[in-house]
Ligand binder design. Structure first.
Ligand code: MLT
Length: 209
């Protein structure tokens, strides 16, 4: 438990009274402030919940433990995805945001915990924009994800989120009925200008639908 009475430290950014609420999930070593500008670029003045990763890797905040780069402690991924989902339920209640569409925006380790939450807790999270993500759990449960919408942008030369693992994530989502949009760029572990433009197009369509 943190000082705020919820299971994660977080910042909340006020926004419009209607429309989606954003859940910002930073990468390894990041902070709740990292993705605020990205959130504004994608979804304008939506209110934002920006928690801090609860796991410390030599002082760098993360969302779950890993045994080596790209080798995840799967039990911890599952536990932490549930922690995040429970946090979201409590924080949306506290801030009067219950019932509004929730959209996660994640980069790298933050995108991976978002992907785990989409796969494990679809009643809490159904929509996400994922940059540099990979499959976070080897055999996800067979939940019905027909209401799930995900956009994934990845670099085909990303050494940290190998494209084969991203392909597996896309396939696991699609097998469960999710609507998946993908964008590939020739770069590495980064958010490129063109990936951001593709994400903005996807976000515009999502909001207009
Ligand atoms: C992870 O651990 O989630 C990925 O390897 C990305 C990262 O380095 O954070």
């Amino acid at each position: 438990m943190t000082d705020n009475g919820l299971s994660l430290d977080y910042r909340v950014h006020a926004g419009s009274d209607t429309g989606p609420v954003l859940l910002l999930l930073h990468g390894t070593g990041g902070t709740p402030d990292d993705l605020v500008g990205l959130g504004r670029q994608l979804f304008g003045d939506a209110p934002m919940l920006a928690p801090a990763g609860p796991v410390s890797e030599f002082g760098a905040a993360r969302w779950f433990r890993r045994l080596a780069e790209g080798v995840f402690d799967t039990d911890d991924v599952v536990e932490r995805a549930h922690q995040l989902a429970d946090f979201v339920a409590a924080a949306t209640e506290r801030h009067g945001l219950v019932g509004r569409p929730l959209i996660a925006i994640g980069f790298s380790n933050g995108a991976n915990i978002a992907a785990a939450t989409l796969l494990l807790r679809p009643e809490v999270l159904q929509t996400a924009v994922l940059f540099s993500s990979m499959l976070p759990v080897p055999q996800p449960p067979a939940h019905d994800l027909s209401a799930t919408k995900v956009f994934l942008a990845n670099g085909t030369a990303d050494p940290m989120a190998p494209i084969a693992s991203t392909d597996q994530l896309v396939s696991e989502l699609q097998q469960r009925g999710a609507d998946v949009g993908t964008y590939r760029h020739p770069g590495g572990h980064q958010i490129t200008v063109d990936a951001l433009a593709a994400a903005r197009d996807w976000a515009k369509e999502l909001v207009a639908a």
